[in-house]
Design a protein around this ligand. Structure first.
Ligand code: HEC
Ligand code: HEC
Length: 232
């Protein structure tokens, strides 16, 4: 009798600790498998804020991307890729290991936190505004080649982990496209093929157009002076 009870307790224990991991069918769906705890997300984000700053807005020279407002699946995928070394990022690498930022629950929490941050109200745009020939060329290329995945407005998709592109700084966009082109940043083969089909000087025009895509008002912080109140 007591052995049976003991067995049950053991089994129950086994299921309790193993269920969350089993529920993650694809690693990129981690955010769907856990109930996010935003308070813990804020705690984990303290590690990230050292570089990404409390607002997650990145900087105009493209050294740091805007991560605020990004789709959760995209954030998870990048964290896993950087954690495993698949996406090369030596500066960030030590901070996204399990021993530093925690396990899947912590990852789900921090991405839920970041996805809810309001975006930069005035991110860095490329050099050509909408009356120019270069802007129009970039627009045509984007609509022909990129919009079918990233969306006509640059909104991306949470399902499929397709990055939201609007709001990203011009220099970062251009650098990522160049890294994809050189094969240093590994992305899905369909996107790589498309990027490779675009001559280098045209990449600038596409990045320019993308950088001018409007950030919806309800995703934007009210002003440049907005500061993340959680980090006061
Ligand atoms: C030591 C500085 C540093 C720390 C700490 C850091 N990051 Fe990063 N992170 C970077 C840099 C630099 C890049 C851009 C790398 C590149 O240009 O490819 C980046 C890129 C990213 C990206 C990819 C964005 C994109 O759209 O391409 C995500 C997501 C991200 N960081 C999230 C985090 C999170 C979450 C944490 C905390 C757990 C964190 N980072 C901690 C420096 C850091
Ligand atoms: C077949 C679908 C597809 C097409 C077509 C495509 N992309 Fe992508 N793109 C993706 C996916 C998926 C990712 C995420 C890659 C990863 O997981 O790191 C991505 C990543 C990116 C990134 C990096 C974003 C970030 O936050 O790090 C940029 C910039 C980008 N794409 C721009 C473009 C442009 C410009 C074009 C057209 C020339 C294009 N893409 C065409 C699917 C696509």
């Amino acid at each position: 009798m007591t052995v049976k009870i003991l067995q049950r307790i053991l089994l129950l224990f086994f299921f309790t600790i193993s269920t969350p991991l089993q529920a993650v069918e694809k690693p990129v769906d981690i955010h769907l498998s856990f109930q996010p705890d935003l308070k813990n997300g804020k705690r984990v984000y303290e590690i990230c804020a050292t570089c990404h700053l409390p607002e997650g807005w990145g900087n105009s020279d493209g050294g740091y991307p805007q991560i605020a407002g990004q789709h959760q699946s995209v954030l998870v995928k990048q964290l896993l890729d950087i954690r495993s070394g698949f996406r090369e990022n030596p500066a960030m690498y030590p901070f996204v290991q399990e021993r530093t930022m925690g396990g899947y629950q912590d990852m789900a929490d921090v991405v839920a936190y970041i996805a809810r941050l309001p975006m930069h109200p005035r991110h860095a745009k490329g050099p050509w505004s909408d009356l120019s020939k270069e802007f129009q060329q970039g627009k045509k290329l984007y609509n022909d080649k990129c919009a079918r995945c990233h969306g006509a407005l640059g909104e991306g998709k949470n399902i499929g982990a397709i990055p939201r592109l609007y709001g990203q700084h011009y220099a970062y966009l251009l650098r990522q496209l160049e890294l994809v082109h050189k094969g240093i940043r590994k992305v899905n083969p369909a996107m790589k093929a498309i990027v490779d089909s675009v001559p280098d000087d045209k990449l600038q025009k596409i990045a320019n157009y993308v950088s001018w895509l409007a950030v919806p008002e309800d995703k934007k912080a009210p002003s440049l002076n907005w500061r993340n109140p959680d980090f006061k």
